[in-house]
Design a protein around this ligand. Structure first.
Ligand SMILES: Nc1ncnc2c1ncn2[C@@H]1O[C@H](COP(=O)(O)OP(=O)(O)OP(=O)(O)O)[C@@H](O)[C@H]1O
Length: 780
């Protein structure tokens, strides 16, 4: 007879006495308590039952059986499913103890060798599970395999069963169209499975989450909910609509992600076995999540995938719909999705062309608008509006439409709209908070209003709940802010010097323009710094590749130069430094850019390179961003939200030659590239007009033109005019410069050993604020 693979949970090792039976029942009760946590089958230290030395020869058929002690099997009353639980009230057996127990078992006469105590088996749930859900294809693989012939079962290495499932559900694995660079960011360390059992998540108890969700949270090792999660989750689970405001990096994604998952689980277990047999959920999507950028959409997808990868629970299919990928492919993926995440433009394109998709999205339970102030701002709202129009289209025709089961499940009237951001415009915020007059100075403009938001988003509730977990500040607590003053023409020099002062630091540099990203990337690469570019005109794959390289744990000294496409929502672990190469155009942009560091209660620095012509702007910025802080601070502290950082001028002047050389080389390459594009364009235009085109003549004409930009054009022409040999010579010179030591005084050392303690400067032990907040406010 072929061996059977099976697993059994065992509460009591020995059988027999009434006393022991009673103890077993008491133990079982402990597993019903909320402190008992669900665990995934694979995370348990299953022990193979050793073949008995004597007396049980006829037990051959049970070879391959694995057992576990002190694990309860209980039925989750909320989800109606059976699960494995461990309790901190019951000490877990160590492997050694377990093998002792097995040894003991071998000599216990009336106990079967595979660990099932003949009388004392407290576990009665398996049969119930089999009966109720026996045909459900979504059961944990081990459960499905129980009792089957091993020839039908693809065995995985012991202790690593279902590993792929941990990273990605099978459905996700097959539907995944593109490698998501954010997968690595949210992947849970598989090697610490055992430790998962030790994570105490009792701090989440008050949120009333199902044990499957708690199990996921334990796997993510989130010991307690963040403030926004604590406040928003119960309200969402109670069916309310939410406008949530919380600082950057404070866990807003899971504030809506957890209720979505909870709802998904609830409705999935409610599916009929016929639907289960079909291999995927046949219900419409649970949620539609709108994101302002492609990168954020992919990151949200990875974040939710990590949450929803509980091996013993069904996993939702998450479809990410962003520009840069094939519409048809995305339509196919979307058709099977349980959770849809997308950027509004592409999403609209994809669903607009399909009546079926539009129809199924009209039945969503949750509409999430992440980074809402951005998505609802002028210039971006149109596409969101189009999507809302599609979602609500059925409203007028609802009476004519035949009754549809899907609608009764997530009827349009039951849709919950959830809106989140770290920043909201001042007027809107005031109105949402139900306060009268704005105290002024806080972030934000004038256009938006409560009525505007309510009207635009078609909230079902008359007044959604406004949750603001930190009315004082949008900035993360662990963030230090600083300013480096320099001439506008010296920004490249100071940027490089600053980077030298931060060796091995994951640094994100923000600029206001794509052309600056294009220029600074080769400039830093020439200086042997591994800079990556990110801007909206890059092809999608290159964008994802840049993020992937920047966030790879193995990257040394990673640097990403980006436009504000990376300012919102990106959650790249261990970004320690954000540099604003240009003063951001709006105060909320400054908040979001700076929020790429100091996330999840970590610390980080945000440093602004400030040219004299930007000083007024910086003062206004400080006044806006820190106004509320200032009004809550003591007289002494309120002047120092941002500190000036004095870089060692000797260092700066010594690195200048290499900076000049690197600039010349990158300018030459860019000028040639630009001229190449222009030439092509002009040649085509000239051909169409039937005139001759001479590029030198055109360049000379450009040079002779007077007015604004003349100096820049002249420089561009000079850079373009450099020959290959001249560029080669510059490169050789630069190599030599880079090989030189930077002598910074009495003790000669490489700069990378850390000449100036920028952190000390940011702590305020040196340096002084560029402008007083109160002065700045007077100047507004
Ligand atoms: N309860 C928790 N405990 C510990 N870490 C958490 C918890 N919830 C979320 N995190 C982690 O905190 C980080 C930031 O979360 P998230 O990206 O959701 O922040 P956010 O508030 O949306 O930020 P932003 O405003 O910049 O978009 C993530 O790495 C996430 O995994």
């Amino acid at each position: 007879m072929a061996p059977i693979v099976n697993k059994r949970a065992r509460l009591e090792v020995n059988s027999g006495s009434r006393k022991r039976r009673k103890h077993g029942q008491e133990v079982n009760k402990l597993f019903q308590k909320s402190s008992a946590r669900p665990v995934s089958l694979d995370s348990l230290p299953w022990q193979e039952v050793a073949f008995p030395e004597s007396g049980f020869e006829d037990a051959e058929g049970f070879f391959g059986l694995e057992e576990i002690s002190n694990v309860g099997v209980v039925k989750d009353p909320k989800l109606g499913k059976v699960e494995y639980r461990i309790s901190s009230d019951i000490p877990r057996s160590k492997p050694q103890e377990m093998s002792n127990q097995v040894a003991e078992l071998k000599h216990t006469k009336n106990t079967a060798p595979w660990g099932v105590a003949a009388e004392d088996d407290q576990w009665e749930g398996f049969e119930e599970f089999d009966e109720a859900e026996g045909k459900d294809a979504k059961r944990a693989p081990e459960m499905k395999n129980a009792g089957r012939d091993a020839r039908d079962i693809k065995l995985k290495p012991k202790g690593r069963q279902n590993k792929e499932c941990k990273d990605l559900s099978p459905k996700q694995a097959t539907s995944k169209a593109l490698v998501n660079p954010f997968d690595a960011l949210t992947k849970v360390n598989d090697d610490t499975d055992d430790a998962v059992g030790e994570i105490d998540v009792s701090a989440w108890d008050s949120l009333n989450l199902s044990s499957a969700t708690l199990s996921s949270i334990a796997r993510l090792k989130f010991v307690k909910p963040t403030s926004i999660q604590q406040a928003a989750i119960p309200a969402i689970l109670d069916g309310h609509e939410i406008i949530g405001k919380a600082p950057t990096g404070s866990g807003k994604t899971l504030a809506y992600g957890l209720p979505i998952y909870e709802h998904y689980l609830k409705t999935s277990f409610g599916q009929s076995s016929e639907e289960g047999k079909a291999g995927h959920r046949t219900l419409p999507p649970v949620a539609l999540i709108l994101s302002p950028t492609r990168e954020l959409a992919h990151q949200l997808s990875a974040h939710l995938t990590a949450l929803c990868s509980e091996p013993s629970s069904p996993a939702p299919t998450i479809a990410t719909v962003t520009g840069g990928l094939s519409v048809h492919k995305q339509q196919r993926i979307l058709a099977k999705a349980d959770i849809v995440i997308g950027t509004p433009g592409r999403l609209w394109e994809v669903i607009n062309g399909s009546a079926e998709l539009s129809k199924s999205l009209r039945s969503i339970k949750f509409l999430v608008v992440d980074e809402a102030d951005r998505l609802l701002s002028e210039g971006h709202f149109k596409e969101v509006e189009e999507i809302l129009r599609i979602l609500d289209r059925g409203d007028e025709t609802v009476e004519d439409e035949p009754e549809d089961d899907n609608k009764t499940l997530y009827g349009k009237q039951q849709r919950q709209t959830l809106v989140f951001s770290a920043t909201f415009h001042r007027d809107l915020q005031q109105k949402l908070a139900g306060k009268g007059k704005s105290i002024g100075g806080d972030l934000m403009g004038k256009r938006e209003s409560m009525e505007y938001l309510l009207k635009k988003l078609n909230f079902r509730e008359e007044k959604p709940q406004f949750i603001d977990v930190n009315p004082i500040s949008q900035m993360a607590l662990g963030l230090k802010e600083g300013i480096v003053e320099c001439a506008g023409t010296d920004k490249d020099l100071y940027l490089y010097s600053l980077l030298l002062h931060h060796p091995n630091t994951r640094t994100l540099i923000f600029t206001n323009s794509i052309s600056s990203v294009r220029r600074l990337t080769p400039f830093l690469q020439n200086l042997n710094l591994p800079a990556q570019a990110l801007h909206s005109q890059m092809p999608q794959k290159a964008r994802l590749r840049s993020v992937e390289r920047f966030s790879a744990p193995s990257s040394q000294n990673p640097i990403l130069i980006a436009t504000d496409v990376a300012a919102r929502g990106l959650d790249i672990p261990s970004v320690q430094l954000v540099i604003h190469y240009h003063l951001p155009r709006a105060a909320d942009t400054y908040v979001h850019r700076s929020g790429r560091t100091a996330r999840a209660e970590k610390s980080g620095s945000s440093i602004l390179l400030c040219a004299p012509e930007e000083v007024q702007g910086v003062r206004r910025l400080v006044a806006k961003v820190h106004a509320r802080n200032a009004s809550n601070s003591t007289e002494d502290s309120k002047n120092f939200f941002m500190r000036t950082i004095e870089l060692d001028r000797r260092v700066v002047s010594r690195v200048k030659p290499r900076v000049v050389l690197s600039k010349k080389i990158s300018d030459a390459a860019l000028a040639k590239e630009k001229r190449g594009h222009e030439d092509n364009w002009l040649k085509t235009a000239a051909e169409e007009l039937g005139v001759d085109y001479d590029s030198d003549e055109f360049a000379a004409g450009g040079e002779s033109r007077k007015g604004r930009g003349q100096g820049r054009r002249k420089k561009e022409n000079e850079a373009w005019g450099l020959t290959k040999a001249e560029v080669g010579a510059l490169r050789a010179e630069l190599r030599e410069e880079l090989g030189k030591r930077i002598n910074v005084g009495v003790s000669e050392r490489y700069l990378t050993a850390g000449g100036v303690d920028v952190d000390e400067l940011l702590r305020g032990e040196k340096g002084e604020f560029l402008g007083r907040v109160d002065d700045a406010m007077q100047n507004m």
